[in-house]
Design a protein around this ligand. Structure first.
Ligand code: NAD
Length: 341
């Protein structure tokens, strides 16, 4: 028997429910005989406590070596405190494309949803050039924030979206903007999407929506959308909205893609409200693991994983509380492992 070489990959347990869902994902990937050789590294609050930095050098060195990571959510303090380790990680490896598919697995409020959102991952308001201006004796009387979309960055993400459409046989991309008000910032993004679209004429169609109208139409008639192409902030918001269409943050995977590095994660955060209770839904991270298998050229294994998830939810009816069930993280993990066996 010939054994395939293992693929080195960095494993980041993360904060809050992170270690719970990462352990579950690794157990299921083991049962699947996924070809990953994990290098475990701390980040976020866990990294800060153990190594004095939410993004420790050891972690960066590991990802530089592997070019591949599966990542649990990282806690970011709200308001003050350290800068988001998620954002720093995306910047450190120029992970310019954030791919967030939303597909119905368990029919709920909506059925047959199949939307892929492509979010620009490095620019826009996420550059977070922020400061206060003083008035009189109030040093923080005015809050200022500047966003930045570069022509090159806008073109790069548009091209990524069109290439994705060709590869995955998708027909229409809707670019989301607010070019009626943020005429420059999101106008340039729209302009470049239209420029790139010309190269794909007859193969992939482009239309556009103003973000507020898009948010409403996603609730009223989500089936009209095939792919969404978004600036960083709008993509952040609308990807949670489309996760809601398919059952919530427990079923929402994401991939952060750059030229040399890809990092797979759940869309959700560290869920401090349920951390340590053993009820976190590991399926977002497992669906992200499925994207990771596709990425490394193991799509059949990814399909086996997705099928096991489908059957565990719909035939075995084993669901965590976020999906209306009573199963624990452990119950669901065991059920998936049994399905794979
Ligand atoms: P959150 O996604 O952690 O939680 C929102 C709600 O969804 C909570 O009620 C939570 O219990 C629930 N939820 C999320 N994931 C779940 C799962 N797998 N199973 C069951 N329920 C789940 O969002 P938040 O509370 O706004 O953020 C908490 C922290 O996470 C913050 O520090 C934030 O910065 C961070 N965060 C990190 C990432 C990331 O690492 N990519 C993404 C978003 C938020």
């Amino acid at each position: 028997i010939q054994h395939k070489a293992l693929i080195p990959a960095t494993l980041i347990p993360g904060d809050g429910i992170g270690p719970e869902v990462v352990n579950a994902a690794v157990a299921v990937l083991d049962a699947l005989k996924a070809p990953f050789e994990w290098d475990m590294q701390l980040a976020g609050v866990a990294g800060l406590q153990a190594k004095g930095d939410p993004l420790p050098e050891d972690l960066l060195a590991s990802i530089r070596r592997t070019g591949l990571a599966l990542k649990g959510p990282l806690t970011t303090p709200i308001g003050g405190g350290f800068r988001s380790a998620n954002v720093r990680l995306r910047e450190a490896f120029s992970l310019y494309a954030n791919v967030r598919p939303a597909r119905t697995i368990v029919p709920g409020r909506y059925e047959n949803i199949d939307i892929v959102l492509i979010r620009e991952n490095l620019e826009g308001f996420y550059v977070a050039h922020e400061h206060y201006l003083p008035i009189g004796d109030d040093p923080r009387a005015v809050a200022i924030s500047a966003g930045a979309n570069t022509r090159e960055g806008s073109r790069r993400i548009a091209r990524y979206a069109f290439e994705y459409a060709l590869k995955h046989n998708r027909k229409k991309i809707t670019v989301v903007h607010k070019a009626n008000v943020l005429k420059i910032l999101t106008g340039l993004f729209l302009e470049e999407a239209r420029n790139v679209a010309r190269e794909y004429e007859g193969r992939v169609q482009l239309d556009d929506r103003i973000v507020d109208a898009c948010a409403m139409q996603l609730v009223l008639n989500p089936w009209q959308f095939d792919m969404l192409l978004c600036t960083n902030l709008f993509g952040d918001i609308l990807s949670d909205e489309i996760a809601g269409l398919v059952g919530g943050l427990g079923l929402a995977p994401g991939a952060n893609i750059g030229k040399d590095v890809a990092i797979f994660e759940a869309v959700h955060g560290s869920a401090p409200d349920i951390a340590g209770r053993g009820i976190a839904n590991p399926l977002s991270l497992l669906l992200a693991s499925g994207l990771m298998l596709d990425h490394v050229g193991e799509p059949e294994m990814g399909d086996r994983l997705r099928k096991a998830i489908h059957l565990t939810l719909n035939e075995d009816n084993i669901k965590t509380p976020d999906l209306g069930g009573k199963a624990s993280t452990r119950d669901l993990t065991q059920a998936l492992i049994q399905r794979l066996a």
